[in-house]
Each structure stands twice: as C-alpha cells, then as structure tokens.
Design a protein around this ligand. Structure first.
Ligand SMILES: Nc1ncnc2c1ncn2[C@@H]1O[C@H](COP(=O)(O)OP(=O)(O)OP(=O)(O)O)[C@@H](O)[C@H]1O
Ligand SMILES: [Mg+2]
Length: 466
C-alpha cells in the first residue's frame, strides 16, 4: 500500500503540524531574540504575595479541594492580598498576576504558560530572562521571566523533589520526568556557568503518525511504504540523526507497524515511546541513588530482556555497552529489532555502534565487531533537522555486507536539497536511487509485495552520484 499523500518532498503547511491542535492555542508573546526578555515590573509584588500566601494559607484545608476548586481558592486568596497592595494595577494586570501567583503555588510557576500551550514542543530556560520555546521546529525567545536564579532553583526543586531526587553542588545535573511524561533535564552552577538551566521536551498526548510525517515532508509515501515493509519483514533497523532530529518520533511511528500478536520489550532511558500494541513490556533504566548505588543500565536491561521471550526488542537509543548485547540479539534470531543512535550519517551510525562495542569489550578485535555490525544491522534510516526547522529523512541506506575491512552500504532513498524558498523553507526532493534493495527478497519470502516502481529512479530526477 502506498500512503495517499503528496509525491515528492515539498513541505506542506496544511494538515496537522507538530503538536498543532488549532483550538486552545494561547498567544505567547515573542521577544526579539537579540535581547533578553524585559524585566517583569510586578516581580516583587508577585513574590511578596506568593510568600504571604504560603505563610497564611491553611494548606491542609486548601488541599482538600481539588482541580479547579483548589485553583479558585488560591486565586481568591491572591486577589484579596493584591487588593491590600499599594501598587496601582489595571484589571488586566490584576488578572494576570492572580493567574501567575496561582501557577506559582500550584504548578511550575512561569513555565506553566509554556507547558499549557500544545503548540509548544520544547521549553528551555537559560537564565531568568532568557526562556526559549520551540514551536514547529523554530526557536523563539519568550516573554516569560523568572524573578532571579533562586526562583529557577525553586522550580527545579519542585520538579524533582516529589521523585526523591535532589540537585546541588555535589550532584549538579538531573534528568526527570513531569507527571504528564515530559522529559526534563536540569543543570546548575558551577557546571552551567551563568545560571541554573532547565530543558523540557514536552510529552505529546497526540504523537505524530506516519500520515503526519508524510504531510510534514519528513518522508514520502514511498519511503513510508518501504519502512513499513521493513518492520513487517523483521529487518533490523537503526534510525540515526542529530539531537532533536526526530529519531524517537520516527521510532515510535515505525513501532506501530509491529503486528499486534508480537511480544515487544522496550528499553529506554527515559521512557518516551508510546506503543499502542496490547503486548508491550516497558523497561526503564534507573540512575544511582544519592549514595551512588542501585544503578541499572540499559545494558543490564537488554540482557534481562533476552530472558523475557521477546519477539522484538526496541532500545530507545543505544549509547554504550548495550550496543554489544543488542547486536548479539540481532545476530541470534531476535530479528526486527529497532533502535536509534546519535550520528551524522548512516556510515557514522555504524562507526559509532562499532565504537560503543569496542569501549565495552576490550578483548574483541575490531574486525570481529565490524562483522557483527554488518551482519546484525540491515537498514539505517537517517534524519536531519534542516535550517528551516523541518525534519527530513535524508538517507535510507541498506547494509550490504563487508568488502575487506569495510562495511558496504547502498543508498535506497536520498534527499537532495535544491535550494531555499524566499520564506526560508528548504526546497528539496526525496528520491529513490534506482538500486534494488537486497531485503526485497526477504519481503517476498514474507509475502510482502511492494509496487515494482517504488525503487525506480524517476525521469526528470538527476541521477544521484556518490
Ligand atoms: N518529523 C518531524 N517533523 C517536525 N517535528 C518533529 C518531527 N519529529 C519530531 N519532531 C519534534 O522534534 C522534537 C524532537 O523529536 P524527537 O524526540 O523525536 O527527536 P530525537 O532525535 O529523538 O531527539 P534526541 O536527540 O533528543 O533524542 C520533538 O519536539 C518533536 O515533536
Ligand atoms: Mg530521542
């Protein structure tokens, strides 16, 4: 089946964008990113009232209420306290302050507004007056500000203390998750030189689908058809790309093609995938506790997963020694495994995996590792984040075998950038190279028949030369 959609790779702006919901979008003022966001003239008033609220509120009584009722109680208390202040305020300012004070008491303060906006996909706090967000792949400086660095620290504490974690000079970096599944990283001075820093990758309640990726121009219907066949025919596939290039998103989309009868074990650090199949066991790594004990690595989880009768093993991202166990699993009958790796090209992906194994097992000769890589991994799908914020599959490359000491690969689909539109959007085209992938034989054995012209290099396309 070929997905209906636009042939070629022109980026479409219609259809559903990233996290786009249309309704409920709040307007987030954007600040010229050359400067810092202006100071909030009401920061002091807000701080005083927040402190006073925390002192005065009969918290136990207030917390018996829930949801909107609780919020209303806080807002009423804040309104009363505001009325006693000397600062002259317009009605609009008053409403805003009350909302922000309630956000501070009940949630993550200034971050709440960004977290509530479904079109915002990432939030980055660099310093009190430099809070950025990403929407549709583009970074913006927001008008959201923190009072000072201590305020940022307080919000970090609010995120991690319910999880029994802490951040201080002795352990100045922390990874955590918000209750809704959003991924948070915080790093503080002296490691973050200028200010405590927070990065949030928001959890999408409504993850992108293969149709969305086609609409966004990330891949073509032909590539989608091909990758679906790869998953169904249990071709071991690695998704590679740079930071934020869309690897996990594509992994999630491809995982959806795994037949529902199969037993899937996922291994992640931290959990991000949202599989819809009924038979999934999710494993997540555990960092060491405050005494430095109890760490469980991805490698230990992969080993354990092999004893769990998996039909498929999905490793969210290979980073270290687990690459070795994953390759072994792929080479010993656990076909159809999927993973991602941070790399600059398909070839770099293989080199990095080889390096990870090398670092983990000093006894193995390079040649043996390389042979394992070549026989275990069948397909590399490489993603790039282009200048206009769009994410594209730039290579679908098949691992063919070894020639001498070198792993041989052949590109099946490639993206060619053709220039830049006036509005900054990247022009390009994804096309088949004309090579017939070897895995087609495997498809045929599995009874998967693809349209014969899917790999044909179409007239009018410049022949791609390496
Ligand atoms: N095809 C796409 N088109 C547009 N935006 C996308 C696409 N795929 C992912 N995104 C957005 O890009 C951000 C990063 O996506 P994702 O987590 O999949 O990337 P990643 O490569 O796994 O990142 P990391 O290197 O941090 O693991 C998310 O906010 C996501 O919504
Ligand atoms: Mg990822």
């Amino acid at each position: 089946m070929i997905w209906p959609g636009k042939r070629g790779s022109a980026m479409t702006t219609n259809g559903k964008g990233v996290g786009e919901v249309g309704q409920g979008e709040t307007v987030l003022p954007i600040v010229d990113s050359g400067s810092a966001a202006p100071e909030d003239p009401f920061a002091e008033v807000k701080f005083r009232i927040h402190e006073q609220l925390l002192r005065d509120l009969d918290l136990e009584k207030v917390q018996q209420r829930q949801g909107p009722q609780l919020r209303r109680a806080i807002e009423e208390a804040a309104m009363t306290l505001l009325a006693g202040q000397e600062t002259p305020l317009s009605r609009q300012e008053r409403v805003r302050l009350v909302r922000e004070i309630a956000d501070e008491v009940l949630g993550l303060g200034p971050l709440e507004r960004l977290l509530a906006d479904p079109t915002v996909t990432e939030v980055m706090v660099n310093s009190p007056r430099r809070v950025y967000f990403e929407r549709k792949g583009i970074l913006y400086l927001s008008d959201v500000t923190f009072r000072d660095e201590a305020h940022i620290m307080r919000i970090i504490d609010k995120i991690i203390s319910p999880l029994g974690r802490r951040i201080d000079e002795a352990s100045p970096m922390v990874d955590a998750r918000l209750p809704d599944g959003s991924r948070v990283n915080a790093i503080i001075p002296p490691l973050a030189v200028d200010s405590p820093t927070i990065t949030i990758r928001k959890f999408s309640r409504d993850p992108l689908t293969i149709e969305n990726l086609i609409e966004l121009g990330t891949l073509t219907p032909e590539i989608a058809t091909f990758l679906k066949a790869c998953v169904e025919a249990r071709i071991n596939t690695v998704i590679s790309g740079g930071t934020g290039s869309g690897k996990t998103t594509l992994l999630n989309v491809l995982s959806a093609f795994i037949p529902p009868r199969e037993r899937i074990i996922t291994i992640e650090d931290p959990c991000e995938l949202q599989l819809r199949q009924p038979h999934v066991v999710r494993l997540e790594t555990r960092p060491a506790n405050i005494e430095g004990r109890g760490e469980v690595t991805q490698r230990a989880l992969v080993k354990n997963a092999l004893r769990m009768r998996p039909d498929r093993i999905i490793v969210g991202e290979v980073r270290a020694g687990e690459a070795f166990d994953m390759l072994q699993a792929m080479n010993t009958g656990h076909d159809g495994s999927l993973t991602t790796v941070h790399a600059n090209s398909p070839r770099d992906a293989l080199a990095r995996i080889e390096n990870m194994v090398l670092m983990a097992n000093l006894e193995l000769p390079v040649r043996a590792i390389r042979e394992q890589v070549a026989s275990a991994i069948n397909m590399v799908v490489h993603l790039s984040r282009l200048r206009d914020g769009s994410r594209r599959v730039t290579h679908v490359s098949e691992v063919v075998g070894m020639e001498g000491d070198t792993i041989t690969m052949q590109d099946i689909f490639l993206f060619r950038q053709l220039g830049v539109e006036r509005d900054g959007r990247v022009k390009g085209r994804m096309h088949a190279t004309g090579l017939r992938p070897r895995c087609v034989d495997r498809f045929e054995q599995e009874g998967i028949i693809l349209p014969p012209d899917i790999f044909a290099h179409r007239a009018g396309e410049t022949q791609w030369k390496p």
